[in-house]
Design a binder for this molecule. Structure first.
Ligand code: HEC
Length: 142
């Protein structure tokens, strides 16, 4: 590869990374406004102090069923649009916390949030993975 080609290639990579980072950042901001109050870190893994599962636990459930980004984004933004218990992947969470209340948000913003969640750079309360595995064992899922 010539130097010029190399420079052009790295410029293109830098530009697309910036675009990705900008969208990712927007998704993160929107997540903080619309979801974090319930799905954030407060309460840790003490379910009696929480009002909803941590978002990283929601991601773990959804990524198991919806592995590619498009179907993941459709499923999560679809849930935010309408909480249909028949389509729930977290029935234990509904029993514990009751059904998630509706969130007034534009679908395109919900999709940005879903892409941010899919990317997976999320804070996890200590002990979260163990908790999810235990719940699955109790439910006879593995
Ligand atoms: C007022 C509190 C509250 C807010 C705000 C909230 N959620 Fe939830 N969410 C819950 C509760 C409680 C549950 C667990 C019960 C359930 O699954 O319905 C839940 C569950 C979920 C689930 C799993 C649903 C299932 O059962 O399969 C997804 C996905 C989700 N939330 C996404 C979001 C996103 C994205 C946002 C922000 C746009 C958001 N939530 C905002 C309370 C909230």
């Amino acid at each position: 590869m010539t130097i010029t080609k190399l420079l052009i290639a790295s410029a293109i990579i830098a530009i697309s990374q910036t675009a990705f980072a900008a969208e990712h950042q927007q998704g993160e901001q929107l997540y903080k406004v619309y979801c974090d109050a319930c799905h954030g870190m407060s309460g840790g893994m003490d379910m009696s102090k929480r009002v909803a599962p941590p978002i990283a636990a929601v991601r773990m459930h959804y990524i198991g069923y919806y592995r590619d980004e498009d179907s993941f984004v459709n499923a999560v933004s679809g849930w935010v649009e309408k909480q249909d218990p028949n389509r729930s992947l977290m029935r234990g969470a509904i029993r514990r916390f009751n059904l998630m209340p509706p969130v007034a948000i534009k679908n395109e913003d919900a999709r940005k949030i879903a892409r941010y969640i899919y990317a997976g750079n999320l804070q996890k309360p200590a002990g979260m993975e163990e908790h999810v595995l235990q719940q699955h064992k109790k439910a006879g899922m593995n």
